[in-house]
Write a protein that binds this ligand. Structure first.
Ligand code: HEC
Length: 155
C-alpha cells in the first residue's frame, strides 16, 4: 500500500512536470503569430470596407476577401493558448479575461466565425446591399470581442 502510494505520487509528479513543460510555451512567438493572424483577417476586412465604399464595388474581389476571413475564423481560439496572456510579460493586448471567462470568449469567437461564414455565403449571391448588411454584422462581432477582451491601448 505504502509503496503503491509512492508509485502513484511519482506518476503524478511526472504528469505535473510534463504539463509544466507543455505550458512553458514561447509566449513571444505565440503573440507574434497571433498578431499576424489578426492582421490576416484585418487586411481583407479593410479591403472589403474600401470596396463597399466605391460606387461600383468589385464583388469578385469581395468574395475572395470574405472567403479568406471565413477560412481563418475557426483558427481564432487556437491563437490563445494558456500562458500567452498578460501574465507572460510579453506585450499583448489580450486581456486575462480571455482565460478567466472561457465560455464568454468562446461565444465571442463562435459569433465571429458564424458571421464570417454568413458573409462568405452572402457574397456568393452578389447582392451588394445584402453584402453590406452581412459585413456590418461581421464588424459587430469584431467590436464586441475587442470591447470585452482586448486592451484599449493596443490598437
Ligand atoms: C473572439 C475575440 C476576437 C474577435 C472576434 C476578433 N478579435 Fe481582433 N483581437 C482580439 C484580441 C484579444 C486581440 C489582441 C491580441 C494581442 O495583442 O495579443 C485582437 C487584436 C486585433 C488586431 C491587432 C493585432 C496587433 O498586431 O496588435 C487587429 C488588427 C484585429 N484584432 C482585427 C480584428 C478584426 C478585423 C476582426 C473581425 C473581422 C477581429 N479582430 C475579431 C480578439 C478578437
Amino acid at each position: 500500500m505504502g509503496l503503491r502510494f509512492v508509485a502513484a505520487a511519482g506518476a503524478a509528479l511526472v504528469l505535473v512536470s510534463t504539463a509544466g513543460a507543455a505550458f512553458a510555451l514561447d509566449a513571444a512567438a505565440v503573440v507574434k503569430a497571433r498578431h499576424d493572424f489578426f492582421h490576416g483577417i484585418g487586411r481583407p476586412a479593410k479591403a472589403i470596407k474600401e470596396e463597399l465604399g466605391k460606387s461600383e464595388p468589385a464583388v469578385a474581389d469581395i468574395q475572395k476577401y470574405a472567403a479568406a476571413i471565413d477560412a481563418a475564423a475557426p483558427q481564432l481560439p487556437a491563437q490563445f493558448p494558456t500562458g500567452s496572456g498578460p501574465e507572460s510579460g510579453v506585450k499583448t493586448g489580450a486581456k486575462a479575461d480571455i482565460w478567466a471567462k472561457p465560455a464568454e470568449f468562446k461565444k465571442a469567437a463562435d459569433n465571429f466565425a458564424t458571421a464570417a461564414h454568413a458573409l462568405n455565403v452572402t457574397t456568393q449571391k452578389g447582392d451588394v446591399a445584402a453584402i453590406k448588411q452581412a459585413f456590418g454584422a461581421l464588424g459587430g462581432t469584431c467590436k464586441s470581442c475587442h470591447d470585452g477582451f482586448r486592451e484599449e491601448e493596443h490598437h
